[in-house]
Design a protein around this ligand. Structure first.
Ligand SMILES: Nc1nc2c(ncn2[C@@H]2O[C@H](COP(=O)(O)OP(=O)(O)O)[C@@H](O)[C@H]2O)c(=O)[nH]1
Ligand SMILES: [Mg+2]
Length: 264
């Protein structure tokens, strides 16, 4: 009973703006999310993704770190415009001179992150910012070290891929599942939220550079015993620009998989 009325009083006080919060709520308010977005030729997508992040993360402290690898399409010019609009403290542009690959782009972005949580997501809208609140909620409910978006459970899926691409992705995932047993349903996805310290730890033990990086990260995290939770997401194929996934990446993936198999 006493608890009940204390709770009620607490709510009333908050309504009056007197700022009395529970310990848990205080923690949530102190959290800051650094959203790392690697870009290569994303001029047509970057403004939209930034707009959507701001739209969906209203009561959250966050910064967006764009790691652009000297995109010839002028992505950085658009980012500079966005900085004028939203502020340089909310949109950080941390470019590199040339295309150096995704794995090192994350490491580079992470160096500039000031949040205690880091989100990694693609710029091409395949990872919709509407899911960000679900990631944050799942993390705060479970205390997980990593929350990963998954296409392969109920409620998740893939939209806009042809059969070949679906089979490639599914095949890559099933192959890795059977060989590595990581206890996570989507290994090759890259829409994830990490505690910053966990990301720093896991990233420093990863060796791969290309697409296999995503898988290496989650397999190593799982081997290290970190608490990983999943949220279902629908992955929508990019509308603007083109994917950088090609035959050579598939070969690299298979090489990476074999490597993980013998080293983890
Ligand atoms: N900085 C940087 N970003 C990259 C590089 N390669 C791909 N990206 C970005 O990484 C994200 C995923 O790449 P994408 O081509 O969409 O891969 P897919 O979704 O697997 O087809 C997108 O935001 C790309 O712009 C790179 O070498 N450097
Ligand atoms: Mg993509």
């Amino acid at each position: 009973m006493r608890n009940e009325s204390a709770k009620q009083k607490n709510t009333e006080n908050k309504d009056l703006g007197q700022g009395i919060y529970t310990e848990e709520e205080k923690m949530e308010q102190k959290n800051k999310y650094s959203i790392i977005v690697p870009t290569y030729n994303e001029r047509l997508n970057i403004a939209l993704i930034v707009y959507l992040i701001f739209k969906h993360l209203r009561d959250v402290d966050f910064e967006i770190i764009v790691v652009d690898d000297g995109s010839p399409d002028g992505t950085q010019e658009v980012v500079k415009q966005l900085q004028k609009l939203y502020g340089e403290d909310r949109i950080l542009l941390r470019p590199r001179p040339k295309k150096l690959g995704l794995g090192t782009a994350y490491i580079h972005g992470l160096k500039h992150a000031s949040g205690n949580f880091v989100v990694i997501m693609d710029a091409d809208l395949s990872h919709h910012p509407k899911y960000l609140p679900c990631f944050i909620k799942k993390q705060s409910e479970t205390g997980a070290s990593i929350v990963t978006g998954t296409r392969y459970v109920k409620g998740g899926g893939v939209h806009g891929w042809n059969l070949m691409r679906k089979l490639t992705s599914r095949g890559a995932n099933v192959l890795a599942q059977t060989l590595l047993w990581p206890g996570v349903s989507d290994l090759t996805g890259s829409f994830r939220l990490y505690k910053k310290s966990v990301l720093e730890d896991v990233i420093s033990s990863c060796v791969s550079k290309g697409y296999v990086f995503q898988m290496e990260m989650i397999v190593r995290a799982s081997r290290k015993g970190y608490h990983i939770e999943e949220v279902p997401i629908t992955f929508v194929d990019r509308v603007f620009g083109s994917s950088k996934l090609g035959g050579s990446e598939i070969i690299e993936y298979l090489k990476g998989l074999s490597y993980l198999l013998v080293t983890t």
